[in-house]
Design a protein around this ligand. Structure first.
Ligand code: UTP
Length: 295
């Protein structure tokens, strides 16, 4: 029996330099996609996948994240008095219950591997999920978002799970890339992984795309690991070391992943998420057609 995945780590300590100046004061995870912060989309994905406890690894200037997941007494009171019941109910439904969030700080942005390691005491000795909040996902034909598909794969195979997606071979040098071992279709055994391989050397065009299920032994490895690509402590290097003693499986997510961490990616995510919303899509589609028609 595999242990149930109850906790998810959200590393949100990065500086977001690719979307400056928007991120000078506002954390990039708090930028809105349609009408909610990027991070809220990730929390919804995690809740749908059965996550009960949300662990945020934050940094300086990220206090608004903590406030966003708290009650907003004055606002809620005003909505109540003005009879804005629908808005009030939506706010309350979005807020995690008391005790379901934890915040810890990564004091310096030493890399994603280091950020995950900062959550070790809050996670303890159980398998857990990692969600990179700049990637947000929409469901595909299987009807679920990416983390749910990863957790299903964990129930099926056990071990460690990494969501992957295809990119053009010319882009692989920008990402972590996996090699495919025994293939089961929707999932496969990972027989190797490499962070940012020099052009032309990638073992496949399947990149690590921002959702993971990891066994707690990753923490012992991350504690000792040397700095890797970009002078940062890389999660991929930690997973590679763990793969010497534990199995790793890749999940081919059948929906769509959007990278809100770059300017163009952020704009595309807004369009895609607006078109997926029944309350907004009809009016937005009409406006979009006018814009596209004038290109
Ligand atoms: P990125 O490299 O995409 O985030 O890391 P960044 O550093 O904010 O981006 P740019 O390149 O400066 O625009 C992926 C995820 O890992 C987190 C980031 O917050 C992001 O969600 N991260 C990265 C940390 O929490 N700590 C780190 O030291 C590095």
């Amino acid at each position: 029996m595999t242990k149930r995945i109850r906790k998810a780590v959200f590393p949100v300590a990065g500086l977001g330099t690719r979307v400056l100046p928007a991120t000078k004061v506002i954390p990039k995870e708090m930028l809105p996609v349609v009408d909610r912060p990027v991070l809220q989309h990730c929390i919804e994905e995690a809740r749908e996948a059965g996550i009960e406890h949300f662990v945020f690894v934050t940094g300086r200037n990220k206090q608004t994240i903590e406030d966003h997941f708290d009650l907003a007494y004055e606002l809620e009171d005003t909505l109540q008095r003005r009879g804005k019941v629908k808005e009030l109910e939506a706010l309350i439904a979005d807020t995690p219950i008391a005790g379901a969030t934890s915040f810890t700080r990564q004091q310096a942005p030493l890399g994603l591997g280091h950020a995950v390691w900062c959550a070790r005491d809050i996670i303890g000795d159980e398998p857990f999920a990692v969600i990179l909040p700049d990637m947000i996902t929409l469901p595909g034909a299987r009807g679920s978002r990416c983390l749910e598909q990863c957790i299903k794969a964990h129930e099926e195979h056990g071990g460690n799970i990494i969501a992957v997606e295809e990119v053009p071979p010319s882009d692989t040098h920008m990402y972590g890339v996996v090699s495919v071992g025994k293939d089961f279709g929707a999932s496969f055994e990972i027989s190797g992984m490499v962070e940012k391989p020099p052009q032309g050397t990638a073992p496949s065009n399947l990149i690590i795309s921002g959702r993971y299920v990891l066994e707690p032994q990753i923490f012992e490895i991350l504690e000792k690991i040397e700095k890797g690509a970009g002078g940062e402590i890389q999660l991929t290097d930690g997973m590679k070391a763990l793969s010497q003693s534990q199995s790793f499986y890749g999940v081919r997510f059948d929906g769509k992943t959007y990278d809100t961490g770059s300017k163009v990616g952020f704009l595309v995510a807004n369009v895609a998420f607006a078109l997926s919303r029944p309350d907004i899509a009809p009016a937005f589609r009409a406006e979009l057609k006018k814009l596209v028609g004038s290109l």
